[in-house]
Design a protein around this ligand. Structure first.
Ligand SMILES: NC(=O)c1ccc[n+]([C@@H]2O[C@H](COP(=O)([O-])OP(=O)(O)OC[C@H]3O[C@@H](n4cnc5c(N)ncnc54)[C@H](OP(=O)(O)O)[C@@H]3O)[C@@H](O)[C@H]2O)c1
Length: 291
């Protein structure tokens, strides 16, 4: 049986992606395919020899790499570890996939851009990462492009979903603990639901798409606006939100002020356009609050 391997399958995106791939068994892509999810228990992509042999022995038809060191501030302090997982890790996966003729999909980030453009970034725009996380993810993209002619790179941003710590869970937790929250109001991006992203990843694979694609939910907002929407949709309007600057937060990693991704290429390729971020958020909150 042909296999699709998801690496990073226990992470926030990985869990939803495996579910979306498994539940789409009726369509042509995954019909007759076995979906296999690996995480750190099964593979450490930072280790070259074992990564190569694990992938070669499995002989998957496709490998989707969503494993990463995703603590953006942690990456500033642990540069070597960030490079080992995000950059070298992607190279090792590409080497293993190449050895058995598998296709590779890599999840990358808006943080490859410096945020100075002031209008949505195209796939063809020149990256210029401001922080270590962005640098290591960009290096991962470059390794993949060096090793494989046939690659799919999907850049996304501001993810939230049921299976990981994220901005939505953090705002809800803080709102249960205190009456006043402070949220950054000078960074603009597109909040993106992991289920919607997983469906777009599936669509791109189904279209046998190659190259770089930007995938996010539609339209952009600041973290402050996103935070207010989370509270409003959760009927927690009593909690006050004060807008603050990124500078006042004093975080280790510099973030781009404007890293909105243009997703027209996804629409042209697949006919698909992800819904407005507030619609996705409403559905997500409805789901987690009903449990
Ligand atoms: N979250 C976002 O807002 C965002 C935005 C843009 C792009 N992305 C990209 O989207 C992808 C998924 O992100 P996510 O938020 O779902 O990440 P996540 O929840 O942190 O999941 C990543 C998974 O990879 C695993 N992992 C870490 N190091 C590994 C290694 N050396 N070998 C194998 N597995 C390893 C992690 O295990 P541990 O948890 O045990 O370390 C975790 O299960 C990543 O490529 C990320 O760069 C995310």
């Amino acid at each position: 049986m042909k296999r699709i391997l998801v690496i990073g399958a226990k992470g926030m995106l990985g869990r939803d992606l495996v579910t979306v791939l498994q539940t789409s068994q009726s369509n042509d892509l995954t019909k007759g395919f076995e979906i296999i999810g690996w995480d750190l228990d099964e593979i450490d992509i930072g280790q070259e020899a074992s990564t190569l042999s694990r992938i070669e022995n499995l002989r998957p038809a496709s490998v989707i790499n969503v494993a990463a060191y995703t603590d953006v501030d942690g990456c500033e302090k642990n540069r070597d570890q960030a490079f080992r997982v995000n950059a070298e890790g992607m190279k090792h996966v590409a080497m293993g996939a190449k050895a058995c003729g598998a296709k590779v999909v890599y999840l990358s980030t808006d943080y490859v851009f410096d945020g100075k453009k002031k209008e949505p970034y195209l796939e063809s725009d020149l990256p210029n990462p401001l922080n270590v996380y962005g640098q290591t993810k960009l290096k991962g993209e470059q390794y993949l492009q060096e090793w494989m002619e046939d690659y799919l790179i999907i850049r996304t941003q501001w993810l939230y979903g049921r299976h990981g710590k994220n901005f939505v869970s953090s705002v809800l937790r803080q709102a249960r603990e205190k009456q006043v929250l402070t949220i950054v109001d000078d960074q603009t991006g597109s909040p993106t639901y992991t289920i919607d992203l997983s469906k777009a990843i599936l669509a791109l694979i189904q279209h046998n798409s190659r190259g770089i694609f930007h995938v996010t939910n539609q339209t952009a907002c600041t973290w402050y606006t996103f935070g207010q929407a989370i509270l409003n949709f959760s009927k927690m309007e009593g909690v006050k939100v004060i807008p603050i600057s990124s500078e006042s937060l004093g975080r280790a990693a510099v973030r781009p002020f404007y890293s909105v991704l243009d997703t027209q290429k996804l629409k042209r390729e697949t006919g698909m356009s992800l819904r407005h971020w507030s619609e996705a958020l409403k559905e997500y909150l409805g789901e987690i609050n009903s449990k």
